[in-house]
Design a binder for this molecule. Structure first.
Ligand code: M6R
Length: 451
């Protein structure tokens, strides 16, 4: 018998799938053939191990140069696995499970092969709030940090659209020191890939103490956040090793969408055809991501032309602004290029002063209602000498953008799951051109377990 002590599951997945989880103020004594657990009063406590259903290969690079690239390419599979866990019928599940994603040795791309089946019903069996419990919810807070908070911004739009409940997104490190108005009519959702982020956990404890119901959305089974929240929903992205979060973001949005559809059904807050449209689009996303990934060479070429930039700007409106924030964060954390994301309409209120000859501006245009507005902002930067890289799902008027990357169409509320893919690749290939340590960028840690 062998025992290992580790602070993270992937570190020892090569040797075991059975894990004991220590809570705060607990410790264990490992002897040759025995393991025992104690609390801080030195009383013995009994624990059962949990079997973690992950492959060792999911925590290796599996032929990719970096974990980040591997994780970007894993997104179609990660989303399928996440959605699959919240589909009610075993029958339907097995159809997904027959699908396959792997690396094509020749071109490093993902092979995707799964049946497209619609008409799925989402189910959250561990979430035992009834219609009577949900009908009294007057507001929802989504609280998180960094990329998880950016997923929350997209989630807010989906929840408000489908459930018609006002939803506020808060940065955990701010929320925990505010005096939020929370009571039993509030639902608080905390998103954390690692489930160990100190600020997010502190915010959860604060909210729980104020009497609301709490939900944790995390990628790590047994993580600290799951021991605090009333309900825990897992993304099944597999271990995310690269410090820069990619597949967790898309899976978090997909999961929130499943949950919003589920709640909307209970609350009868959206009509059937709208929910059907969301469900159908959600299920089509893995294939669409796959199509974008097949086109990665184009992004690589664009990255080669701007990796020496000192500053880069991201512009978008509405949901495209939310994803701009994520694109900008990704770029700064792995390429060390200064970048800012602005709601395009804010440009005139100050940021346009930063635009000068040769500066790069990335525009995201997926919301047809807002396309012409954002185009007009992009024209303003072009006329001041900026170079433009546009990510869109539409045929655009004839304007002299320097680069245009087209992504498949989808429901506008879900479009960040697609538009973020070229943004992730863009950051990745810029950092690669600069020869940086992509998986372990300077000054950053994967889990921020201190304030
Ligand atoms: O584990 P968490 O999702 O709670 O982490 C939150 C942030 O620290 C994290 O998303 C961070 O912003 C990423 N490095 C971004 O890529």
């Amino acid at each position: 018998m062998e025992y290992f002590a580790s602070s993270d599951i992937p570190a020892v997945l090569e040797y075991t799938k059975n894990f004991y989880f220590l809570d705060d103020n607990e410790f264990s004594v490992i002897e040759k053939d025995n393991i025992s657990f104690f609390n801080k009063k030195l009383n013995i406590i009994y624990k059962n191990y949990k079997t973690i259903d992950l492959n060792y290969s999911s925590s290796t690079k599996n032929g990719y140069d970096n974990f980040m690239l591997k994780e970007i390419f894993e997104q179609p599979r990660a989303i399928i696995d996440t959605i699959d866990k919240y589909i009610s019928s075993e029958n339907q599940r097995s159809q997904w499970c027959n699908s396959q994603v792997g690396i094509d040795e020749n071109n490093n791309s993902t092979i995707l092969n799964y049946p497209s089946i619609f008409n799925k019903q989402f189910a959250f069996p561990d979430f035992d709030l009834t219609k009577d419990d949900l009908i009294i919810i007057r507001q929802i807070y989504i609280v998180a940090c960094g990329t998880a908070m950016h997923a929350g911004l997209v989630g807010k739009n989906i929840i408000e659209k489908l459930c018609k409940i006002p939803t506020y997104v808060e940065i955990a490190s701010e929320f925990r020191y505010q005096d939020p108005i929370i009571n039993e009519n509030t639902l608080c959702i905390f998103i954390s890939q690692s489930g160990e982020t100190a600020d997010t956990i502190a915010a959860l404890k604060l909210a729980k103490g104020m009497g609301c119901k709490t939900i944790a959305i995390t990628n790590v089974i047994g993580s600290s956040i799951t021991r605090e929240a009333h309900f825990s929903f897992y993304t099944y992205a597999g271990p995310e090793i690269s410090v820069a979060s990619t597949k967790a973001y898309t899976c978090q949005i997909a999961l929130i969408c499943c949950f919003a559809i589920y709640m909307a059904q209970i609350l009868e807050s959206s009509n059937y055809s709208i929910l059907e449209e969301f469900r159908k689009e959600l299920l089509s996303l893995p294939e669409k991501i796959h199509a974008i990934l097949q086109n990665q060479e184009k992004i690589k070429d664009i990255a080669k032309q701007c990796y020496l930039q000192k500053d880069l700007f991201f512009l978008g409106r509405g949901i495209d602004y939310s994803v701009s924030l994520e694109g900008s964060l990704k770029l700064k954390e792995i390429s060390y290029i200064h970048s800012e994301a602005y709601a395009a309409g804010e440009l005139k209120h100050g940021p346009i002063a930063l635009i000068e000859n040769g500066v790069y501006v990335v525009g995201i245009l997926t919301d047809t209602k807002l396309t012409l507005k954002t185009i007009s902002n992009l024209q303003e930067v072009i006329s001041r000498g900026a170079k433009t890289f546009v990510i869109t799902n539409q045929k655009l008027p004839n304007i002299n953008f320097d680069f245009v990357f087209t992504i498949p169409k989808t429901n506008v509320f879900l479009s960040p799951i697609l538009s973020v893919i070229p943004l992730q690749l863009f950051s990745y290939y810029i950092a690669k051109e600069k020869g940086l340590d992509i998986d372990k960028p300077r000054n950053l840690a994967k889990s921020v377990t201190v304030e």
